[in-house]
Design a binder for this molecule. Structure first.
Ligand code: GLU
Length: 417
């Protein structure tokens, strides 16, 4: 990632632009454009060879006006305080727009998971969670999976917290295994949300999914599920990529033949699927109906935005489009479903999991998927309508809804003391 890029500055720029449009009261802006709490922790881990290594960890809570903080924990060498602050802020808007009773949080550890054994990963996870335990809890801040973290890690988090408080706390994290109070449908939820957004917007543009060419960047949990579900809908997946490479096939790729989150080059979509190997930039520039960036932030930038030929962009990742690139897409008439709308499926089903855990009452997968679909479509429709009415981008319209709710909550609660 380039040195000068700051995800948090990007998040603030997006906020400032819409706050101006909304003529938001100046005194609330300073409250909403900074995180309310950031915790930095040093995580010592005993490695398999007996040595001790330390890792930098973070948990940031951007805003809790609408409810406890909510948001994932990622393990990556891109993790920094700047990044978690941005991601926590985006979580505030995501939860607000979705209409669920949470504020925004995010956490992470600076680590390359590929270099850890299973035992090291477990010890790192448990110690990190013990360190952030001072600010998390079922009614305070509820973490969840994010990049390179999964249900197995959530089980260790939940167990660590529960051991420390002397009772099992199902509500402390979401994205848990089903046997530990996880929700059916949570694993696929973010990718399913990307699929629901794609099908909804294809419909609005009068494109039959069966005639749609789709390109997906990233084959982790989000990209892989989105690819498989859109493939099931009859879309033609013409381009796919992961950390090791990208592949293009105009006749269509079958994502079921690939391996989710490849850990070695041989398992890359570019090696397993038949087609032409291309670069990441060539992938983003493919002629297609839908481009879904489902990998990292800062992928569509001033440098490559002009080469994008998609009609619709559905942001599965958080922050994949820089404000400069976004401006170009708006001018060019490309319809962009912003991240905090299109990838909200994960946190929406996390909300369902949290409710189920607190109530000790569990729903069927069909119930979960139906509720997710209803809420996602309702949110996409309201954002699309406002964007049309005011002749603004879907991102700006989504921000207006999201910021308004948090600003109202902040004003109504008042500033303590
Ligand atoms: N990490 C996911 C996100 O960025 C899910 C967060 C959650 O479920 O709390 O939306």
């Amino acid at each position: 990632m380039s040195k000068e890029y700051s995800a948090f500055k990007q998040a603030q720029q997006e906020f400032d632009k819409v706050a101006d449009m909304m003529q938001l009261d100046k005194s609330y802006r300073s409250v909403l454009r900074e995180p309310s709490r950031s915790l930095l922790v040093n995580v010592p881990v005993r490695m398999d060879d007996g040595s001790i290594k330390t890792f930098a960890g973070y948990r940031c809570q951007h805003n809790t006006a609408c409810g406890p903080a909510k948001g994932g924990i990622r393990y990556s060498e891109d993790v920094s305080l700047d990044e978690v602050k941005a991601l926590a802020m985006w979580m505030t808007w995501k939860c607000s727009l979705a209409g669920i009773p949470f504020g925004g949080g995010k956490g992470g550890v600076y680590v390359d998971v590929k270099k850890l054994s299973e035992g090291e990963l477990e010890r790192l996870s448990r110690r990190y969670f013990a360190e952030i335990q001072v600010i998390v809890g079922p009614d305070k801040d509820i973490p969840a999976p994010d990049m390179n973290t999964d249900s197995r890690i959530m089980a260790w988090f939940m167990d660590t917290y529960s051991m420390n408080i002397g009772k099992t706390a199902l509500g402390v994290v979401t994205g848990k295994p089903i046997s530990l109070g996880g929700s059916l449908g949570r694993d696929s939820a973010t990718g399913r949300g990307v699929e629901i957004s794609t099908i909804n917007l294809l419909g609005k543009q009068g494109i039959d999914p069966k005639n749609a060419d789709v390109v997906i960047q990233g084959f982790g949990n989000v990209g892989a599920w989105a690819a498989k579900l859109l493939y099931d809908d009859g879309c033609k997946i013409i381009g796919l990529s992961d950390v090791y490479g990208a592949v293009y096939n105009p006749d269509g790729l079958n994502p079921y033949d690939a391996i989710e989150r490849a850990m070695k080059p041989e398992d890359s979509v570019s090696n397993l699927l038949p087609g032409k190997k291309i670069t990441n930039n060539e992938l983003l520039a493919l002629e297609c109906d839908v481009l879904a960036p489902c990998a990292l932030q800062n992928q569509l930038t001033a440098k490559n935005a002009k080469s994008v030929k998609a009609k619709i962009i559905v942001e599965g990742a958080n922050g994949p489009t820089t404000p400069e690139a976004d401006k170009h897409f708006v001018e060019k008439g490309i319809l962009v479903a912003p991240d905090f709308l299109a990838n909200a499926g994960g946190v929406i089903v996390s909300y369902f999991e949290w409710i189920q855990g607190l109530a000790f009452l569990f729903w069927t997968e069909r119930e979960v998927n139906n509720k997710l679909s209803a809420l996602m479509n309702q949110n996409i429709d309201k954002v699309y309508v406002l964007a049309e009415e005011r002749n603004i981008s879907m991102r700006d319209a989504a921000y207006i809804f999201a910021i308004q709710r948090v600003a109202d909550a902040t004003r109504l609660r008042g500033i303590y003391p």
